[in-house]
Design a binder for this molecule. Structure first.
Ligand SMILES: N[C@@H](CCC(=O)N[C@@H](CS)C(=O)NCC(=O)O)C(=O)O
Length: 369
């Protein structure tokens, strides 16, 4: 008899552990009855996924346009061009998403956000996606409540100084004042690196890039720091760009990546695979100019990628030709990069780590299959 009770208790314990281990994510409790022996029925509560909340994908499709949180003050990445239209590398990824969703890259409402405002705008649902030179970090991915799509631009933090000051290294900044924007990774990296190198400095902190670079230009700081892409971009706005130099030091890793609200994997998948489509198209050699020629391709991988065969797009809740739409309207990664940052732009940024993995870079798309 004792033995029977012991076995029953053990069985119950195992059951509870198994059910407990299965609980995760968005959950609700459900009563589960289970017959352990002919005489004994165990009643436990089991955590099961709550009825799936509406995905942002459905909200965006019903609305008929995408709301993209962007930078309005970063030439090359997110800014207003001479016609007052949003343009830039980040902006093109907003357009790529709209192309995939609506077959129309213009179906985007842009919301300019400061560094400080950006995560709140995602948390409150004011924007569907944040594509604004935003670094993927652990704390943003967890406690700040973001989920990140693949990195679109691998960057690192740099420092800009006046040429005339003859500053060459971090050590030369002993006792310097350094202008920096608040609400950024930049502020913390600077403190870490200066402490690690035992360099005393005075940070002068501003809320916007305009204020940060304005103060530097007025001579209120000896140096200004942000992502190297940001330095190259903002240098072009200074009165005499040639009087300034970006030091050959990299203070951090800044993988700039699109972000969405945590916990909506359907929407995150869409953003992820639209970014991957731009990488994969470059790898296949498919561009906005030649994409229609590939419709006759008999390469099964390319046919699946363009939605000529299979149901890959449907799996995402999109049309099967979503990648075709992205490439046709916006182009592959190389086209997006060159249009905004390449040799024919004022920035002329080498691809470096932002090359395909096949060229020794970090851009790698998982298989479209
Ligand atoms: N990638 C960094 C820095 C991004 C950033 O926002 N940098 C500056 C200058 S390029 C900025 O925009 N500052 C304030 C603003 O204008 O909102 C991050 O994610 O924190």
């Amino acid at each position: 008899m004792h033995r029977k009770v012991f076995i029953l208790m053990l069985g119950l314990l195992v059951l509870l552990v198994v059910l407990g281990a299965c609980a995760s994510g968005s959950q609700e409790k459900q009563l589960v009855t289970m017959e352990v022996t002919k005489e004994v029925t165990v009643i436990v509560t089991k955590e099961v996924p709550a009825a799936a909340a509406k995905s942002k994908l459905d909200v965006v499709m019903e609305r008929g346009k995408l709301i993209c949180g962007v930078n309005a003050n970063l030439p090359g990445f997110g800014y207003l061009d001479q016609n007052g239209q949003y343009a830039g590398f980040d902006i093109d990824f907003c357009k790529a998403l709209a192309a995939a969703l609506f077959d129309d890259p213009s179906k985007v409402e842009y919301r300019p956000l400061t560094a400080k405002e950006r995560f709140t705008a995602v948390q409150t649902g004011e924007v569907d996606v944040l594509i604004r030179n935003t670094t993927w970090t652990l704390s943003r991915d967890t406690s700040v409540g973001m989920d990140f799509a693949p990195t679109t631009f691998y960057d690192g933090q740099g420092i800009m100084v006046r040429k005339a000051d003859n500053i060459k290294s971090l050590e030369d900044l002993q006792g310097a004042t350094i202008c920096v924007s608040t609400g950024t990774t930049t502020e913390l990296n600077l403190a870490d690196q200066m402490r690690a190198h035992g360099i005393d400095y005075t940070p002068v902190v501003f809320e916007t890039a305009d204020a940060t670079f304005g103060a530097y230009e007025e001579g209120r700081c000896d140096a200004v720091t942000t992502d190297k892409s940001g330095l190259v971009s903002r240098k072009s706005l200074l009165k005499n760009p040639e009087e300034h130099v970006i030091l050959d030091v990299t203070l951090s890793k800044e993988p700039l990546s699109p972000a969405v609200l945590q916990g909506d994997s359907k929407w995150l998948d869409v953003v992820k695979w639209v970014v991957f489509a731009t990488f994969q198209a470059e790898e296949f050699g498919i561009t906005s100019q030649n994409v229609d020629d590939f419709k006759n391709s008999d390469n099964p991988g390319i046919r699946r990628f363009l939605g000529l065969e299979g149901d890959l797009g449907k799996g995402l809740g999109l049309t099967n030709d979503f990648a075709y739409r992205v490439i046709k309207h916006v182009g592959n990664y190389a086209e997006i990069y060159d249009r905004n940052l390449g040799p024919n732009t004022p920035f002329n940024l080498p691809r470096g780590p932002n090359s395909l993995w096949t060229d020794g870079g970090l851009l790698y798309s998982p298989p479209f299959r």
